[in-house]
Design a protein around this ligand. Structure first.
Ligand code: LMR
Ligand code: SF4
Length: 515
């Protein structure tokens, strides 16, 4: 086999997967957008999402800055050299990282060191299988960390909040799936897609769940029981009202695919793999001799390019004028913050600093490298590229899941006088209490909209703590028109707590036996 050509084909697969959402996923997002009423927070968020998808197409840049743990599933004809292919895939991964198509995402679990090229122990994941066919089937999924953290595994029988006992039958499985959607809230960048694996042991169950994510969104399950289950979940999960990014709304789930395998008598696992709306998976059929791509997969049906039609532009303009936008520029005073309430739309201009897991942990024990009094912290791990003159450029920069900083956030805001944090998915009671006490605000940006926010960043004005690696460093950003919604204010209100509470009540409506 022509291994150079195979490497090139794998490079193309990586770039396409990271930058261009598959057609079936686009159709699901379009349908969701059509269900929301104009002017609502969900409709606004979906408009940002579709705009972002379009920008990623045009810029050939990552849809979301978190390009995940690249996972390849490859089927090869008997006799194909898998060792050579594995090496070529690794080279292609390193090259795509160097080109800013993937974020350096491979971190030593003990030292925290980022390898810088996405290679390292266990990364990327490459799973080979032999088959009888004459060509290579190579599929790739780039599943980010925020949604991966919302995967969940149930061991039946169990007790579920809102739903009561889930037994070892189809109805118990139904309850687990409904619960899995509820527990994700907006943190996995809803609306999401779920793959469910019934049976196996813990690891085989999760593998089966992830395998389901390779089915097309429109695929119909050949198993009659599972077809009914998938349909039931799709018909009912949206009733939970979690909506886009957990803002409330009509669409909470975009797809549900269920697979089954045998188990051993003592175990009964239901494993759920949650994937964000930025559902990046593609596949190619590769010629085993030339290494060239013969065919792209997931290409059936209509393509949606999300170019705004005239009518849509008018609606967007109308809803823009309906929503009052509050401008904020750091340093922000306590008085300005106290004037904000949940639901307000703010636009930030001027300076903000990125800070995520490593920075929050660091700031608990150390001084900040800059004066953070009155400043804005952005929970973000961007994709950055350095040019030949040594200047940094932002390639993708959406928010990360904020709840991970819950143990630190309140203390850090007080210690350094920080007035606003921007992230996604919301934070918990400890931060909410600190916002009230100190005079702070939590702003929700749209998860996955990495091109949209990168466009708001007009300059990279500095960086500190680079020893933590590109995603974890403290970047000094100059932004213009960076839009976010107040979802936790200094008066004790949290939209996240409200949506959690109301969705739990709605979940309880699904308690009665269905199957
Ligand atoms: O790591 C990131 O940038 C985001 C992550 O995928 C998340 O959803 O929290
Ligand atoms: S930020 Fe959201 S869209 Fe991006 S990988 Fe994480 S969960 Fe997915």
């Amino acid at each position: 086999m022509n291994i150079e050509k195979f490497q090139e084909s794998m490079y193309q697969l990586i770039v396409e997967t990271s930058t261009r959402l598959p057609k079936d996923v686009r159709r699901a997002i379009k349908a969701a957008k059509e269900r929301e009423s104009a002017g609502t927070r969900s409709a606004m968020s979906l408009a940002t999402i579709t705009n972002n998808i379009k920008m990623a197409d045009e810029n050939v840049s990552p849809i979301c800055q978190d390009t995940g743990l690249p996972t390849f599933k490859i089927k090869t004809p008997v006799g194909a050299n898998q060792l050579l292919m594995k090496e070529a895939i690794k080279q292609a991964i390193a090259e795509a990282t160097k080109d800013g198509k993937l974020r350096p995402n491979s971190v030593d679990s003990l030292s925290g060191e980022n390898s810088g090229d996405n290679l390292g122990g266990g990364t990327p994941v490459i799973k080979f299988e032999q088959w009888e066919k004459e060509y290579i089937d190579a599929r790739l999924i780039l599943k980010g960390g925020g949604c991966e953290n919302k995967n969940i595994q149930y061991s039946l029988p169990c007790e579920l909040e809102g739903l009561g006992r889930a037994g070892r039958d189809l109805d118990g499985i139904r309850k687990c799936i409904m619960h899995s959607v509820y527990q994700a809230q907006g943190q996995g960048c809803s609306a999401g897609f779920i793959g469910v694996g019934i049976g196996g042991d813990r690891s085989a169950g999760y593998d089966l769940a992830k395998e389901q994510l390779f089915r097309t969104v429109e695929d119909v399950n050949p198993n009659e029981d599972l077809r009914k289950l998938e349909e039931y979940v799709m018909d009912n999960a949206n009733e939970l009202g979690i909506g886009t990014m957990g803002f409330g709304g009509e669409t909470t789930l975009l797809g549900c695919k269920v697979g089954v395998m045998n188990r051993i008598p003592a175990s009964f696992f239901v494993s759920v793999a949650y994937n964000c709306w930025a559902f990046r998976r593609l596949g190619v059929a590769v010629h085993p001799e030339t290494g060239e791509i013969n065919e792209w997969m997931y290409q059936e049906g209509e393509n949606i390019d999300f170019g705004a039609t005239e009518a849509e532009k008018e609606t967007a303009a109308a809803s823009d004028t309906r929503t009052e936008v509050i401008s904020l520029q750091a340093p922000i005073t306590e008085e300005q913050i106290r004037g904000l309430k949940v639901g307000d739309v703010v636009q930030i201009n001027g300076r903000m600093y990125t800070g995520r897991d490593a920075i929050h942990h660091h700031l608990m024990e150390h001084d900040a490298p800059v004066d953070l009094n009155g400043q804005v912290i952005y929970h973000c791990g961007p994709v950055m590229l350095k040019d030949n003159e040594g200047n940094w450029h932002v390639k993708a920069a959406g928010p990360t899941t904020s709840i991970r900083e819950e143990p630190y956030q309140g203390d850090i805001m007080k210690k350094f006088g920080i007035r606003a944090v921007i992230g996604k998915g919301g934070m918990g009671p400890k931060t909410l209490a600190a916002l009230k006490d100190h005079g702070g605000v939590y702003l929700n940006a749209i998860g996955g909209a990495a091109q949209y926010y990168a466009d708001c960043i007009k300059a990279v004005e500095g960086v500190d703590l680079m020893e933590f690696g590109i995603p974890e460093a403290m970047w000094h950003l100059k932004v213009e028109g960076f839009t976010a919604v107040v979802t936790m204010d200094s008066h004790g209100n949290s939209l996240h707590a409200d949506v959690d509470k109301s969705s739990l009540e709605k979940l309880a409506q699904f308690k009665e036996r269905v199957f």
